[in-house]
Design a protein around this ligand. Structure first.
Ligand SMILES: Cc1ncc(COP(=O)(O)O)c(C=O)c1O
Length: 424
């Protein structure tokens, strides 16, 4: 009989830190990770057959839930007809045309295999288009593990192995701060190739920005001839049909997509105005390529996902359900713990956080004890059969499979667990 401890021990022997992506390791919440072997709808099953309601949802791609029947159907069909082509095929065209119809200002789209690749390629393209070197990012926004964006503040590398040369042209500003934006652009605006931001920062908590801050950034980019990239790898086709671009009315020069557009398979995309995207090879001078780019599984699963989201008009009902669920969960947590919770939701994302004197709009406003408080709740929930992301800085997701009944089931499990627990 398989058990976690054995698998974890074996993983540690052959895989660095036992995982293929750091957050999976439970390093932030303590303990050893669970090994899952099956997933369907809103549920996960571990290798012992225990069932969990999943609010981590693979960190965002599964807006329809695990193994939605329509997605499984196209995947089976694809598997019988193709694995990969490395040549032209109609599937990526259909997905590109769909995205272009939904977001017509994204005139051209290039598919890659991850969000990281999309961002990395956008950066290269922006530098080539502007013939400038500087890049601006914002504290707490994650854009994949691109060397020059793994920078904490003031061009200091945030990962061993990132050299000073790779990070020296990267500038980091605090979110929610128009004054430092003004100051930065006055000093560096004419050397800036690209400003990149998650318009809905969701990688260091859910740090919703004021519209006026995003607009100011867009205006300054325009004024100084710098390009703007909205990294919508999480928010694209998650918060609304047109993502944050639709909700804010701000059209960036570039948009990076990933997660949902691959329906659970490895897909990223970078998109933008035609004159910029046409700088790409082979016609243009900017090189970028990929053996598995536009793989038919991701293309077909992605299109089926986006079509279903549109056909079933899922966004508003899902946002309502998420909001109601968060309110009830908040009351439960405040009834049975002493940690003073104040959950926040945005569309079908939510974040478990404690109450703070002011709305959290920048990373410095997140209380120091946040991770510690979250870890306690994470383990209580896990014992109750609820799987949350194994870090307090990751956000939770709902999917179409998280029906009102499933959410009631989750609340019931949590209530039962908290009731039998001494106050934390
Ligand atoms: C906003 C954002 N950009 C880029 C990435 C990198 O995407 P990937 O993990 O597919 O490389 C992520 C991943 O979580 C992300 O959230």
């Amino acid at each position: 009989m398989l058990n976690y401890k054995d698998l974890w021990k074996r993983s540690l022997a052959v895989v660095p830190s036992g995982v293929h992506s750091p957050v999976r390791s439970f390093a932030s919440v303590g303990g050893e990770p669970i090994f899952f072997s099956k997933a369907k709808g809103p549920y996960l099953w571990d290798i012992k057959g225990n069932k969990y309601i999943d609010f981590c949802l693979a960190f965002g791609p599964l807006i329809l839930g695990h193994c939605d029947p329509e997605i499984s159907h196209v995947i089976k069909e694809t598997a019988e007809n193709a694995d990969c082509f490395g040549a032209c095929e109609p599937y990526s065209l259909a997905l590109a045309e769909f995205i272009n119809r939904e977001l017509p200002f994204l005139e051209k789209i290039r598919f890659v295999s991850s969000g990281t690749e999309a961002v990395m390629s956008t950066l290269r393209l922006a530098r080539a288009a502007t013939k400038r070197e500087y890049v601006l990012k914002f504290e707490g926004c994650y854009h994949g593990h691109v060397d020059s964006l793994l920078v904490r503040a003031g061009s200091i590398p945030d990962s061993a192995g990132v050299t000073k040369i790779q990070s020296q042209n990267t500038f980091v500003l605090s979110l929610d701060d128009e004054n430092s934006l003004e100051e930065f652009f006055q000093k560096n605006g004419k050397k800036l190739a690209l400003a990149i931001i998650e318009p809905l920062p969701a990688n260091n908590g859910l740090v919703v920005q004021r519209h006026s801050f995003l607009q100011k950034l867009a205006d300054l980019c325009k004024q100084y001839g710098a390009l703007l990239c909205f990294d919508e790898v999480i928010s694209g086709f998650r918060v609304a049909r047109q993502g944050m671009a639709g909700l804010t009315g701000i059209q960036a020069d570039f948009t990076c997509l990933g997660k949902i557009i691959g329906g659970g398979f490895p897909v990223g995309a970078y998109c933008g105005r035609q004159e910029l995207m046409d700088l790409l090879a082979p016609e243009g001078p900017v090189y970028q390529a990929g053996t598995l780019s536009a793989n038919p599984f991701g293309m077909r699963a992605g299109l089926a996902t986006l079509e279903k989201c549109k056909r079933d008009a899922i966004y508003e009902p899902l946002a309502e359900l998420t909001k109601d669920f968060c309110q009830t969960l908040n009351t439960l947590l405040n009834t049975y713990t002493n940690l003073n919770w104040d959950l926040i939701s945005f569309a079908s994302l939510f974040w478990l956080k404690n109450k703070t004197p002011e709305t959290i709009r920048s990373i410095s406003a997140i209380p120091k004890e946040h991770q510690q408080n979250y870890a306690k709740i994470f383990h209580l929930f896990l014992d109750a059969g609820i799987y949350l992301p194994p870090s307090g800085f990751e956000v939770c997701f709902l999917s179409l499979a998280h029906t009102a009944e499933v959410l009631d089931e989750a609340l019931e499990k949590i209530k039962k667990k908290l009731r039998n627990q001494s106050i934390i």
